[in-house]
Design a protein around this ligand. Structure first.
Ligand SMILES: [Zn+2]
Length: 260
């Protein structure tokens, strides 16, 4: 039975809906319904830290419109993004992998919203060994692939290629060509000196691919970025597509809130 229209569900006309997150959207109705009343919509402003290195995770975050950056922070304070999490994923895999803490930090790099779920509830659902568990494990595998690839890309590819990859992956998670982003932040994402980002962004601007003004990067020529990036962008896209293809129990089965 798939009863519908329980209390506490967002109205169909609401601009916010848990089904905007692909992991939540892909849950079968029964599993979705168990979680729905405990999902709390939260705004995630730019720069908000969801967790610090070695902090104890309290919540898992399922981004809908926000994008969160997972960073590894060195003792010196220098850091680099190891993965980005948008509406395809969840922040807080340590909760169900058994660690409860993580050496990385999670920082909001594009403001927006997410649904958060208390860690103990996520664990409870995960331990039911249903489709949610499969979905979370599949996502974790994709995240590990993304982290591995970022490590190799940062070592072997030019800053300009990395910047193109990062811009394209961010664009794919946005509904806009305008990124609210400073060069300092981009430098800390890529783990390079700010001068390196300034030079790469200058090249892209002269080539007509982007227009940069303080605090904003507008992408003018997406195809131009695609032709300049390294193989890592296509590989990352493939990983994300495989994630959706791996869910044959997906949203097409429909929850009431996933329909317009
Ligand atoms: Zn690369």
């Amino acid at each position: 039975m798939s009863e519908t229209a329980q209390s506490g569900r967002p109205a169909l006309s609401s601009p916010h809906n848990p089904s905007q997150n692909h992991l939540l959207a892909a849950l079968p109705v029964a599993e979705f319904e168990r979680l729905a009343e405990n999902l709390e919509l939260v705004p995630l402003p730019l720069g908000e830290i969801l967790y610090e290195p070695n902090g104890r995770l309290q919540y898992a975050y399922f981004p809908t419109t926000a994008i969160v950056s997972l960073h590894y922070v060195m003792e010196s304070g220098a850091s680099a993004e190891t993965a980005g999490v948008g509406n395809e994923g969840v922040v807080g895999i340590a909760l169900f992998m058994g660690g409860d803490t993580t050496p990385s930090s999670a920082v909001v790099h594009t403001a927006g919203h997410a649904y958060r779920l208390a860690g103990r509830l996520l664990k409870l659902e995960f331990n039911r060994a249903g489709l949610m568990q499969q979905s979370m494990l599949l996502y974790t595998q994709a995240l590990i692939a993304q982290i591995s690839q970022t490590a190799a890309c940062n070592r072997h590819h030019a800053v300009e290629q990395q910047l193109c990859r990062w811009l394209l992956l961010t664009l794919d998670r946005l509904h806009s060509n305008d990124l609210v982003m400073t060069q300092e932040l981009v430098a800390s994402m890529l783990g390079v000196r700010r001068e390196g980002v300034t030079e790469a962004a200058g090249n892209l601007q002269r080539a007509g691919c982007i227009s940069y003004r303080r605090g904003h990067i507008a992408v003018l020529d997406r195809a131009g970025l695609e032709s300049r990036t390294c193989e890592c962008y296509a590989a990352a896209r493939k990983e994300i597509s495989a994630l959706s293809a791996g869910r044959d129990y997906s949203v097409s089965h429909g929850h009431p809130t996933s329909q317009n």
